[in-house]
Design a protein around this ligand. Structure first.
Ligand SMILES: Cc1cc2nc3c(=O)[nH]c(=O)nc-3n(C[C@H](O)[C@H](O)[C@H](O)COP(=O)(O)O)c2cc1C
Length: 140
């Protein structure tokens, strides 16, 4: 098993609905290739972790790198892992709901996400890098 994590910035005009749309297609492709992972979207920042067979992960990352719906992409860490940490997720999405609808959604998101980041396993350098970057974004 292989894991890779990166961070990037999404165009500010992209809405959460558009991100969800990207993920509808992404999940179908991930499912077909046995890729799992998690994407955190907060204040224009993306932190994503991909896991699967090394060739599949590298192929996908090659596409993601060239995708012009985000920019300033920065590969944080990659390496082998002896198990999947998101086995049930073709690609989990964590993002605050639209603040115009839910008055304190951002605050709730930061609290819940901080808790999740603290409780999550960090048994590989890639996982550690993913969660510590998420933690950093929440505090920025
Ligand atoms: C932030 C972000 C995350 C993405 N995550 C995935 C993903 O997990 N799986 C996937 O297949 N495509 C993902 N994509 C879309 C890919 O960049 C690419 O458009 C897609 O794999 C289709 O590529 P193709 O048309 O060359 O096959 C993501 C795009 C962005 C902007």
């Amino acid at each position: 098993m292989f894991q890779l994590t990166y961070q990037s910035k999404i165009a500010p005009e992209l809405t959460i609905d558009q991100i969800e749309n990207i993920l509808i297609d992404a999940r179908k492709r991930n499912n077909a290739r046995n890729i799992t992972g998690c994407l955190v979207y907060f204040e224009e920042s993306i932190v994503q972790i991909l896991e699967g067979e090394k060739n599949d992960v590298m192929d996908l990352f090659g596409k993601i790198e060239k995708d012009n719906r985000h920019h300033t992409l920065d590969l944080l860490w990659q390496g082998t892992s002896n198990q999947r940490y998101f086995p049930n997720w073709d690609m989990a999405l964590y993002a605050p709901v639209d603040a115009s609808h839910y008055y304190d959604s951002k605050e709730v998101f930061v609290t819940n996400m901080t808790l999740l980041a603290d409780l999550s396993k960090k048994t590989t350098a890639t996982l550690l890098s993913f969660w510590s970057t998420v933690r950093k974004k929440l505090n920025e």
